[in-house]
Design a protein around this ligand. Structure first.
Ligand code: 2HA
Ligand code: ZN
Length: 270
């Protein structure tokens, strides 16, 4: 058996959540991340017949039957993950049509996976339908995106257009735009279902007055999506109260999309 601490996704997740904490996106126990693992590869690191505990999930997701995920634990602080990964993270395999999670590694103090497990698992299902290579779902609380949801129209087209106008790179990084959910109670199957529905058309979903969800093929892509949207929101919060003298025009956004070979969300440019 190889040492699980050398599993690439585990090494990268520890670095990523540490970085997220340092960015100020994950105060206290804020935020959660899940990474879909390759079960055949995981079998080189763990005895997959050895289930430590079985934890009910409270929802069903037949598409995820037998799939293994590396997840952050509920109530765990991202700042502590690098020092005690085995206590703060877990590797689970979904069973019984997604209704239970078999703990294969981690959560060594008897803890559970993230309280946002429904939103994560349902988002994986939604993203895998549109991109079979999607592996990561990430949630955090970046201050400027949150601030923006207090002062900006939550209409998805308007919200996206503002972000695109704040930095030249935005339309290239997230040409499909950003979807937005109004404030909803977190940690529930309802917000999980609503998030997954929004994930069908975009890799970024803002939770108004709470935070953001990102999805992508790896941790770098997903972190980078949130980082770019948060940077744009930061610029917006710096200028929102000032007279706007210049902007990035729709014609410029069209040129960017054409030059970099991406398709801006249908109907979002004038
Ligand atoms: O505490 O961020 O949304 C973790 C969260 C809940
Ligand atoms: Zn949260």
């Amino acid at each position: 058996m190889k040492d699980v601490m050398e599993l690439k996704e585990l090494v990268e997740l520890i670095r990523t959540v540490t970085n997220m904490y340092q960015h100020g996106w994950d105060e206290r126990n804020g935020g959660n991340v899940s990474v879909l693992l390759d079960a055949a590869e995981l079998a080189e690191y763990l005895d997959l017949s050895r289930v430590h505990r079985t934890i009910p999930t409270g929802f069903s997701a037949p598409e995820l039957e037998g799939k293994c995920f590396l997840v952050t634990g509920t109530g765990k602080y991202f700042k502590n993950v690098q020092y005690e990964p085995c206590k703060n993270l877990g590797i689970v395999r979904l069973a019984d049509g997604g209704q239970s999670a078999e703990l294969l590694w981690g959560l060594s103090d008897g803890g559970r996976f993230t309280s946002e497990f429904p939103a994560h698992m349902m988002s994986h299902v939604a993203r895998l339908r549109v991109d079979p290579e999607n592996r990561v779902v990430m949630h955090c609380h970046p201050a400027n995106l949150l601030a923006m949801t207090y002062v900006h129209d939550l209409d998805e087209r308007a919200f996206t257009r503002t972000l695109w106008q704040m930095c030249t790179e935005c339309v290239i990084v997230f040409p499909e735009g950003v979807n937005v959910l109004p404030w909803m109670l977190c940690g529930t199957n309802e917000i999980g279902e609503a998030t997954a529905q929004k994930m069908a058309t975009a890799r970024l979903v803002v939770w108004a007055q709470h935070g953001i969800y990102g999805a992508g093929r790896d941790l770098d892509e997903t972190f980078g999506l949130i980082e770019t949207a948060e940077k744009a929101a930061e610029i917006y919060m710096k200028i929102a109260h000032l007279p706007r003298v210049n902007t990035i025009s729709d014609e410029a956004l069209r040129q960017l999309a054409a030059h970099f070979g991406v398709k801006a969300r249908e109907g979002y440019l004038q």
